[in-house]
Design a binder for this molecule. Structure first.
Ligand code: SF4
Ligand code: SF4
Length: 360
């Protein structure tokens, strides 16, 4: 029988080492789950399975990815969500409090969080019962390495796990992503190294501060049969409740009006019609003038920054930028005030908010 290259440090009653990744669309958690699944099966000689759950496949919406590893002698025959992870990757710290990401986290769990805060601050924010907390500033490191957050997180998780060989991880990235996107390979490998070498670790015992959170499926009242026409966005970090935190990726395009030549490239590129243009005059000729971004609709993908031919748009970290300095009201919405039935997992917005012009 084939023997595994690594020894799993801990397993559950089924003989599985289990990983759960919690993220929002656009940070690459789905791809990270696939990479870890492949790493286990092909590079580490383990039995391995992985799958993800990501709703509408839209950037900014919640994503979960699950990975199971087992010794080659142990078959994996289940495909249910990972309820009590040994390794939990939190790709966006603002997910805490929006969705129950800490369910099933106990003394044996290693939690790797994308944050610039210290473990003690993050433990309180996550209300973490017990376990090992690993902090890595993946947003900043990703900007430095010119890579994506997922490469930093993979490097950090490899180090935090104590047994995932970083060289095998890099070999896999070379063999897969490297072939598909050769121009980005060096940055991706640098990102893995940066994540591997920049973690802050602290272990917490069960000191009674926060209770253990059991895993449970979130049941929603609205579904295929009864959701209002036009759809609903049931998550806290979203446009409808004006929460500018959890629905984006942590990056923000910063607009410098004096450098803008009103070329419209940002508007053509942006998938969410964030830029607000009005008729006006530019260099003495009639032109559409860019007023700037309506950040309520921005998820921080930074495509506009890549497209801008001047330095009118630059990449910033959302936590450091005064968003309201640049924020522009959406010119197409008829009213600013939106009406909510409620704010919470089953909330929805009255569509009449869009059809009255009484406040205009
Ligand atoms: S980062 Fe730019 S392209 Fe992406 S959603 Fe925001 S404004 Fe649009
Ligand atoms: S792409 Fe840059 S220069 Fe062109 S309109 Fe947008 S912000 Fe202005």
């Amino acid at each position: 029988m084939e023997t595994a290259k690594v020894k799993l440090p801990i397993t559950n009653e089924h003989g599985f080492y289990e990983i759960r990744l919690e993220s929002i669309g656009g940070l690459g958690a789905n791809l990270s789950g696939k990479i870890l699944g492949e790493l286990g099966a092909i590079y580490l000689g383990l039995n391995s399975s992985s799958f993800a759950s990501y709703g509408s496949e839209k950037r900014g919406t919640p994503v979960k990815a699950f990975v199971r590893w087992a010794d080659p002698s142990q078959e994996i025959r289940i495909n249910s969500p990972v309820e009590t992870p040994h390794l939990l990757g939190l790709f966006h710290e603002r997910l805490a409090g929006k969705i129950p990401v800490m369910q099933g986290v106990g003394p044996d769990t290693i939690v790797v969080v994308n944050t610039d805060e210290d473990p003690d601050v993050i433990r309180d924010r996550l209300k973490m019962h017990a376990g090992t907390l690993v902090c890595v500033d993946a947003l900043r490191l990703a900007i430095e390495a010119k890579t994506r957050v997922n490469m930093i997180m993979l490097g950090a998780m490899a180090k935090a796990s104590g047994f995932i060989p970083v060289e095998d991880l890099k070999e896999l990235v070379k063999d897969t992503l490297g072939k598909k996107y050769p121009a980005a390979l060096q940055a991706n490998l640098e990102g893995i190294d940066k994540g591997y070498n920049n973690i802050v670790v602290k272990k917490y015992e069960d000191d009674g501060k926060y209770p253990y959170q059991e895993y449970s499926e979130v049941k929603r009242e609205w579904g295929y049969d009864n959701a209002p026409i036009g759809g609903i966005n049931p998550h806290y970090g979203s446009t409808i409740n004006n929460d500018l935190s959890g629905s984006r990726e942590g990056y923000i395009p910063v607009f410098k009006k004096e450098a803008c030549i009103n070329c419209g490239m940002c508007d053509s590129t942006c998938p969410d019609m964030v830029y607000q243009f009005v008729p006006g005059e530019y260099k003495g000729k009639p032109s559409m003038i860019n007023l700037g971004p309506d950040y309520h609709h921005c998820k921080g993908c930074l495509r506009c920054v890549e497209a801008c031919p001047t330095d009118a748009l630059t990449a910033g970290l959302e936590r450091e930028v005064d968003i309201w300095k640049n924020h522009v009201r959406n010119q197409e919405l008829l009213v600013d005030k939106m009406e909510f039935e409620d704010v919470g997992p089953n909330s929805w917005m009255r569509s009449e908010s869009y059809t009255t012009n009484e406040l205009r």
